[in-house]
Design a protein around this ligand. Structure first.
Ligand code: FES
Length: 115
C-alpha cells in the first residue's frame, strides 16, 4: 500500500447496484461522511452529502441506490444522481452533483486515494 491511500473495504463487500460502504474523510480539519458503491463493475465514491441540502443521502445506512439499482438517490427529497459521475439527473439537486472521491480497486481491496 503506497502513501496517500487508505483501505476502505474488501472488494467483495460491494455488489453492483447494491448496498454501499460508509466511511469518513477529512475536510478542512473535520471528519465528514463519505461512501463507496459499485456500479458497472467499478467502485465509485462520493462525499455523503446531498447537493440540495447538506444532509446524508442514505436514510437506511448504506442504501444509496434507488429500487432500480441504476441511480443514486437522496432519501430526503428523492434527487437522483448518476452513479458513474455523481451528476444531478433529476429532483432538487438542480444541476448540482455529488462531490467525487478517487478510489481504486486492487486484489487486496478498495482504496481511497488521499491528497
Ligand atoms: S436533501 Fe437531498 S434532495 Fe433534498
Amino acid at each position: 500500500m503506497a502513501a496517500g491511500e487508505r483501505l476502505i473495504c474488501a472488494g467483495a463487500a460491494l455488489e453492483d447496484g447494491g448496498a454501499g460502504v460508509r466511511f469518513e474523510v477529512e475536510r478542512y480539519g473535520e471528519q465528514v461522511p463519505a461512501f463507496v458503491v459499485r456500479y458497472r463493475g467499478r467502485p465509485r465514491a462520493y462525499l455523503n452529502r446531498c447537493s440540495h441540502v447538506p444532509v446524508e443521502l442514505d436514510w437506511q445506512p448504506g442504501l444509496f441506490f434507488d429500487s432500480s439499482g441504476l441511480y443514486l438517490i437522496c432519501a430526503v427529497h428523492g434527487a437522483l444522481f448518476a452513479p458513474e459521475s455523481g451528476h444531478c439527473l433529476s429532483g432538487r439537486c438542480a444541476g448540482r452533483g455529488l462531490e467525487p472521491l478517487q478510489v481504486e480497486e486492487r486484489a487486496d481491496g478498495i482504496f481511497l486515494m488521499e491528497n
